[in-house]
Design a protein around this ligand. Structure first.
Ligand code: NAD
Ligand code: MG
Length: 385
């Protein structure tokens, strides 16, 4: 039985993780949960799973959750809050495996703490790898920690890398669905609304990553994520647009062989793979091979999706630029969803913040967080103009 600490339990990945625990009760059990501000769902999860510890965003929410648990006659759950609360969940001595699925840099400290505590980590939170991948990977090496990617593309690469040695890899190919605006003419990009951008053709996900898929910054973040996880330079991480999202990514070896991973478009599969690794366990997430008629591929369009170019540029420039790329996007997406920034304002804001960023590489997590705050501040000023 693996005891799971789940960061981001109320989100899309969090709920899919609990669904895997539900369908494999003999293998995986959640013993600690960290939620943001969704009190209703956090309370229901406490009722269902009776975790040892639950964390929630603020002290006020923690008081309310404690009171609700008491009223319901549920005792013995330690209720914590804030960043310290997420760190408590991530480092709980009884937990074997930490699922990192808080969205954004808000999940960084807990994820890093999990690595320092020697936990096996399933990583959905790509933003923490973009902001501090070098520090996280170094700590993982030092503490002999296995990092298992949950992001579907990186999970696919992890699987395909079992087919050869790291030194035999020529390059990797991340597949991209292309998002809802794959075929939208550039002239129409100025009028894109949040409602249109929130309709992803192949995946149901949280809001930030859905908007990032529409601008294709998500693929940009994934390029940097792949560089960090698999120790590859940006030139060896390629992108191909594959609208069906059937192949989740590919590894090309030096002899010319390309290995691809195919499965259902359902995040429960990469979550199950990460939780079960190094084993594979039976599931009902079967892919209907007989129904597969064709697979399409296109070159990515860097003109309509400048966020892809910006991500390659940030990756080539410096770690500070990667931090700024993510921070500026987080602010710009928030503003877009609030109706305060047009769709094309997202790449514009990122580009402006990157242009004002000085090269450098933070040596610690507090330094990463300081660079992240500075870039956010700058992005807020630019958005307000
Ligand atoms: P989501 O918005 O559905 O959920 C985010 C979770 O983080 C929620 O539980 C929320 O309460 C929690 N949270 C937010 N701010 C917090 C804070 N300050 N403190 C504590 N908790 C906080 O997002 P998601 O789609 O589940 O994505 C989670 C992560 O996984 C993201 O980094 C995303 O890029 C990555 N990811 C998601 C998918 C997917 O299919 N949803 C696929 C690949 C990667
Ligand atoms: Mg992905």
């Amino acid at each position: 039985m693996k005891k799971i600490a789940l960061l981001g339990s109320t989100g899309s990945i969090g709920q899919s993780t609990l669904s895997i625990c539900e369908s494999h009760p003999d293998r995986f059990h959640p013993i600690a949960l960290a939620a943001g501000s969704n009190l209703e769902v956090a309370f229901a999860q406490c009722q269902r799973w009776r975790p040892q510890v639950v964390s929630i965003a603020t002290e006020a929410l923690a008081d309310e959750l404690s009171a609700r648990l008491k009223d319901a006659g549920i005792n013995g759950i330690e209720v914590v809050y804030g960043t310290a609360g997420t760190v408590r969940v991530a480092t709980l001595p009884e937990a074997d495996f930490v699922v990192s699925a808080i969205v954004g840099v808000a999940g960084l400290e807990a994820t890093y703490a999990a690595v320092l505590a020697g936990k096996t980590v399933g990583l959905a939170n790509k933003e923490c790898l973009v902001a501090a991948g070098d520090l996280i990977l170094a700590a993982a090496r030092e503490h002999s920690v296995d990092l298992l990617p949950i992001d579907s593309e990186h999970n696919a690469i992890h699987q395909c890398l079992r087919g050869g040695a790291a030194s035999e890899v020529k390059q990797i190919w991340l597949t991209a669905s292309g998002g809802p605006f794959r075929n939208t003419p550039l002239a129409d990009f100025g009028h894109i609304t949040p409602a249109q951008a929130l309709k992803h053709p192949t995946w149901v996900m949280g809001q930030r990553i859905t908007i990032d898929s529409a601008t294709m910054l998500n693929k940009g973040l994934e390029i940097i994520e792949a560089c960090r996880l698999f120790n590859l330079p940006p030139a060896q991480v390629r992108v191909t647009v594959h609208p069906q999202s059937t192949i989740h990514s590919l590894v090309e070896y030096v002899d010319g062989s390309i290995l691809a991973q195919i499965s259902v478009t359902d995040m429960r599969l990469p979550i199950l793979y990460a939780l079960a690794w190094p084993e594979r366990v039976p599931s009902d997430l079967t892919f209907d091979m007989a129904a597969l008629s064709h697979l399409d591929f296109q070159q990515p369009d860097f003109e309509r999706f400048p966020c892809l170019r910006l991500a390659y540029e940030a990756a080539a420039a410096s770690q500070n630029h990667c931090i700024a790329l993510n921070a500026a996007d987080e602010i710009a997406v928030e503003a877009f969803l609030a109706g305060k920034l047009p769709f094309l304002g997202i790449p514009r804001t990122i580009e402006q913040v990157l242009a004002l960023t000085t090269s450098g590489s933070p040596a610690s997590i507090p330094e990463v967080l300081a660079a992240d705050r500075a870039a956010r501040e700058l992005a807020r000023e630019l958005v307000a103009r």
